[in-house]
Design a protein. Structure first.
Length: 145
């Protein structure tokens, strides 16, 4: 009887050890938008998913400007047309969380559509470059007599 109880206890210990080893550290991934997608702007909702992450916060960096997000959705506001990169980093107590010596991050690149209704000379784009944009086509003659 003692051997049977001892065997059962050993099996239970093995199960606990195996299940503990199977758990991984915290992770984060971007659910939407898809990487390299083209979006309407100027506001973009970015949705992330975390696993095994309960304590801490998500540091959001859009084009190297940072903010803190407290939920799984982050709305980047007033983005200019052009390419943007959003990076999400898991943090606790103001420090990046490391897993195997690496910072836990997720990134997504996306492009905001340009404004197509702007015409004229000396218009600056999102990089600050001045360009002459084509003038609009002439309107058709009026049908009034």
């Amino acid at each position: 009887m003692d051997k049977k109880i001892f065997s059962i206890v050993l099996v239970l210990i093995a199960i606990v050890l195996i299940s503990g080893c199977a758990q991984s550290g915290p992770t984060i991934k971007v659910k939407s938008p898809a990487n390299n997608s083209t979006l309407d702007g100027p506001d973009v909702t970015i949705e992330v998913e975390t696993q095994n992450f309960k304590d801490g916060n998500v540091l959001v960096s859009i084009d190297n400007k940072t903010d803190y997000a407290t939920s799984s959705k982050y709305i980047a506001k007033n983005l200019l047309p052009g390419e943007h990169t959003a990076t999400f980093t898991l943090q606790k107590d103001g420090k990046d969380i490391l897993e195997n010596g690496k910072v836990i991050t997720a990134s997504v690149k996306f492009t905001i559509k340009g404004v197509e209704s702007v015409f004229g000379k000396g218009v600056k784009d999102q990089t600050g470059t001045t360009k002459d944009l084509p003038t609009p086509p002439a309107f058709p003659p009026s049908f009034k007599k």
